[in-house]
Design a protein around this ligand. Structure first.
Ligand SMILES: NC(=O)c1ccc[n+]([C@@H]2O[C@H](COP(=O)([O-])OP(=O)(O)OC[C@H]3O[C@@H](n4cnc5c(N)ncnc54)[C@H](OP(=O)(O)O)[C@@H]3O)[C@@H](O)[C@H]2O)c1
Length: 241
């Protein structure tokens, strides 16, 4: 049995990953389906296609966790007795708007609150639970290929032409947390993961690949128990920070 918490799992890549975990995991899983409200998490689970031989009751547990609200994070931590893998998936994208200072600053604050401070708060609250794992604990911080300085500065990279500043910067900061934490816990598996440009609500469904494709990459990282730590994985490949 592997116990997994995915934040922001009511839609998009997180939701598609829940579907693949219950459909394709060779071992029993218990997936805590995190969402901003219990209603959102429960509604998401109701839409999951449960293959025969698997049980939504025991394998999919709805959890209220708004990653910008400490009280919901702390409450969620009291409801999850065991955890092997934490997937910090919840995230937002706010376009840059340099024409209006109030909007610019508010967009940066919201984005850093959700994409950086939220995952750190969630991880900090769940470290004692992950510590009890009988397996090698894993933390997967969902980042983006846009966060990588190597991608940003390599003219051959598809991310080179990106013109946004705030969203990539919030995820670059998240990568710094990944590196720092992986050194704090050298026996654990702590990675940043970039799923690839995916059609979801986050980008107005403009991404190039489907959520199922992105979820397959995340599924493989989740199940890569012996995989590397302290790295940035873009889809299925370790890339430079
Ligand atoms: N789509 C892409 O091309 C792409 C590329 C690289 C990286 N990513 C990353 O992949 C992750 C998943 O995004 P997605 O593309 O699947 O977008 P999505 O469909 O918009 O899903 C984002 C999820 O995060 C949740 N969320 C946002 N703020 C939250 C908060 N404060 N507390 C709890 N949950 C919150 C959303 O909840 P609500 O439904 O309640 O809003 C939603 O479930 C994000 O970290 C994103 O940055 C996406």
């Amino acid at each position: 049995m592997i116990d997994i918490l995915i934040t922001g799992a009511n839609q998009g890549i997180g939701y598609a990953t829940v579907q693949q975990l219950i459909s394709d995991s060779s071992e029993e899983v218990r997936v805590y389906v995190g969402a901003r409200s219990l209603a959102k998490a429960t509604e998401a689970i109701e839409k999951i296609n449960i293959p025969s031989g698997r049980s939504a009751q025991t394998e999919l547990i709805p959890i209220e966790i708004d990653i910008t609200k400490n009280e919901t994070i702390e409450k969620a931590a009291t409801q999850i007795p065991f955890l092997d893998i934490l997937v910090n998936n919840a995230g937002i994208y706010v376009p840059d708007d340099f024409s209006n200072l109030d909007k610019l600053v508010e967009g940066m604050q919201n984005q850093f609150n959700t994409n950086l401070i939220g995952p750190i708060a969630v991880t900090t609250s769940f470290l004692p639970i992950l510590e009890k794992s009988k397996n090698r604990p894993a933390i997967i911080n969902v980042s983006t290929g846009l966060s990588s300085f190597v991608n940003m500065t390599n003219s051959a990279s598809p991310q080179y032409g990106n013109t946004e500043m705030m969203y990539p910067a919030s995820k670059t900061a998240l990568n710094a947390y990944t590196v720092w934490l992986s050194k704090q816990r050298p026996d654990w598996r702590i990675v940043s993961f970039a799923p690839g440009h995916t059609a979801t609500a986050l980008n107005g469904f403009n991404g190039r690949q489907t959520v199922e494709t992105a979820a397959k990459y995340l599924f493989d990282v989740i199940h890569d128990a012996k995989g590397p730590s302290g790295v940035l994985i873009q889809r299925a490949e370790v890339i430079g920070w």
